[in-house]
Every structure is written in structure tokens, then in C-alpha cells.
Design a protein around this ligand. Sequence first.
Ligand code: NAD
Length: 353
Amino acid sequence: MTLLVTGGAGFIGSNFVLDWLAQSDEPVVTLDALTYAGNLENLASLQGDARHTFVHGDICDRVLIDRLLAQHRPRAIVHFAAESHVDRSIHGPGAFMRTNIEGTYTLLEAARAFWGSLQGGEREAFRFHHVSTDEVYGSLGSADAAFTETHPYEPNSPYSASKAASDHLVRAWHHTYGLPVVTTNCSNNYGPFHFPEKLIPLMIVNALAGKPLPIYGDGQNVRDWLYVRDHASAIRAVLAGGRLGETYNVGGWNEKTNLEIVHTVCDLLDELHPDAAGSYRRLITYVQDRPGHDRRYAIDARKIERELGWRPAETFETGIRKTVQWYLANADWVAHVQSGAYRDWVARQYGEA
Ligand code: NAD
């Protein structure tokens, strides 16, 4: 049996693939378009591992998806591939509509045809696992209860609207065609291989370069944080035991303001990599808020805890320490991603401009 993982060269997808192959001999086929956010270096430790196959391609390419399904006959599709950065969605929403909506639609249609061709045990076992975000639920007030799975969808950014649309497509393909789907809506992830445009890696990388640490607005926006390997273990749990057609919220009960996050990163860097010029907190700079910036997200994870016995292995304190240590130990990865050398390599490898 095989898993087909879309977006497996990105931040969460690559952590999932590494985590999966560390615990199981079930092969993985990774399909990834290697956009700016996809990076084969994340999967470098799998080079020469016969259990892993990388395919460079687009989830909007139906012919390719059909071929991969026929060739590998996966027992599950785990769908991470997406445009994922809210700020980019504000400046250029088109790519988000294409990949997140059209790409999910293409995969669903291909999965439906493939599943329809299966018989007996293979048909019973097949799963389409859609990986989504808590941002589809919109913004909470400070006194509101955390998002449960029945919270209304109120997406506010082009990114979250495109993910909400994809969630609805997945739901409809289950209700209309019976496709065996499960969906997870997870809070903000952090950990190794996080592209340095997102809050935590950006702060680490800028601090180490002595650059300003830009904080939107008053820094009081609240996010709920989960260590990325805990997201991987939640997906494993839902793939193994999640009820078909159900949604599971995934989170670590770790609500933090952006300012608290940046203070924590600065304090850890002060301890692990002191700067003679003084505490890294001196670099904090407040910048104009993101348009439509959601104030607070918080995940109620009781359903996955109760039904599947899932619990995160890391607390925020242990996870953020591991993360800062990883960035300190992997300066080459950061330099490579930032230098554009990686993109040049992809262009040469695949003969693309
Ligand atoms: P990412 O941007 O790091 O990775 C996305 C990957 O998808 C990249 O490798 C990219 O090359 C690939 N991709 C993009 N367009 C593609 C296309 N058309 N065809 C094939 N591959 C394509 O994103 P991430 O942070 O790893 O997020 C993965 C998934 O998890 C997304 O669906 C996102 O919505 C969801 N999610 C993310 C978070 C978070 O905190 N980052 C939280 C909850 C859910």
C-alpha cells in the first residue's frame, strides 16, 4: 500500500512525510509543484530511500493525477498542496484560487474516478484526507469560546476563503458521491523547514541578521500554536481511525499573542545565541497592520482527543526551543532558501525558467 502526498515538499507536508517514513515502511509518493514554498532539501534525508518517490507536478494537472493513481494505486491521498501565505493572498489572490480551489477539485474528481474503479478491501480502505486550517472559521473576540467543528465558516482573507471553498468541495464530494473523505482543520504550525516568510522563522532569521523584527499593529493578535510533528501525528490518527465525512479540529491549546511569540523567540536566542549588542528584543518594530487582520484564533481539540485519543507530544515551551535550536543548527538551509540558489537549481533540474 502507498500514500500519495500532495505538497509534500512544503513545510508541513515534508514534516509529515519524514514522520510517516520514520514510523512505517508504507511507501510515499510525494507530488509537489516546487513553488517558492516547496523545497526538496526538506526531503534530502530520504535520498536513495526506495520507499519514497518524488514527482514534480501540479495538482491541477488531471492527466498527471490519473496516471499517478493508476500507477501507484495509493490507499490514501493526503492533500497538503496549497498556496498558504495570507499576505501573498492579499497581494495576488489568483494563485490561491487556482491551487486551493481548482487543484482540490481536480484531485477530488481524479480520486472519485479512481475510487470508483476499486473493489472490495481496496475500496473499503481508500481515504482522501484534506488538510485545512482554523482560519476558515474567521476571527474570535477575546471572550469567545474556541472553534469547534460546528463553528460557522466566516473566512476573511483570500487565503482562508480559498481554503473554505476547498473544505466545502471535499464535504460535497462525500455527501454527493460518497467519496471517503476526512478533513482536519489545524491551528498555526511551527517547527523545522518553515519558510522564513512566516512569523516564527522570520523573527529567528531577522534577529540573527540584526534586522528589525516587524510586528503587525499592536502585536495583540492571538494565534493557537502546534508543533508541526504533532500535526503529523494527528493526521496519522485521523487517517487510521477518523470517521468518514467528519472534520477534526487539531490544536495544542496554546493561545499566544504575536508579541508573546516574538518575546519568547528573542529570549531563547538570548540564551542560546547571545548577541554582544544586547537582547534581541531591542529589534522589535511595530509596522502597519495587515488589512482585515483576524484578531484571534483558538481551536477546541476535544473531538480528536476524545474519539481518537490524540494528544500533542510537545508543549509550546519544548516545541519552540526545538525550533529555535533547529534554525541555529541549519543556517545553510536558511541561506539556501533565501539566496535563490535553490530556485536556480530547480530551474536547471527541471529545465524551467
Ligand atoms: P507551504 O506553503 O509550506 O507548502 C505548500 C506546498 O504545496 C509547497 O511545497 C508547494 O510547492 C506545493 N504546491 C503549491 N501549489 C501547488 C500545486 N498547484 N501543485 C502541487 N503542489 C503545489 O504550506 P504549509 O504551511 O506546509 O501548509 C500545508 C497545508 O496545511 C496547506 O493546505 C495549508 O492550508 C494547511 N495548513 C497550514 C497551517 C500552517 O500553520 N502553516 C496550519 C493549518 C493548515
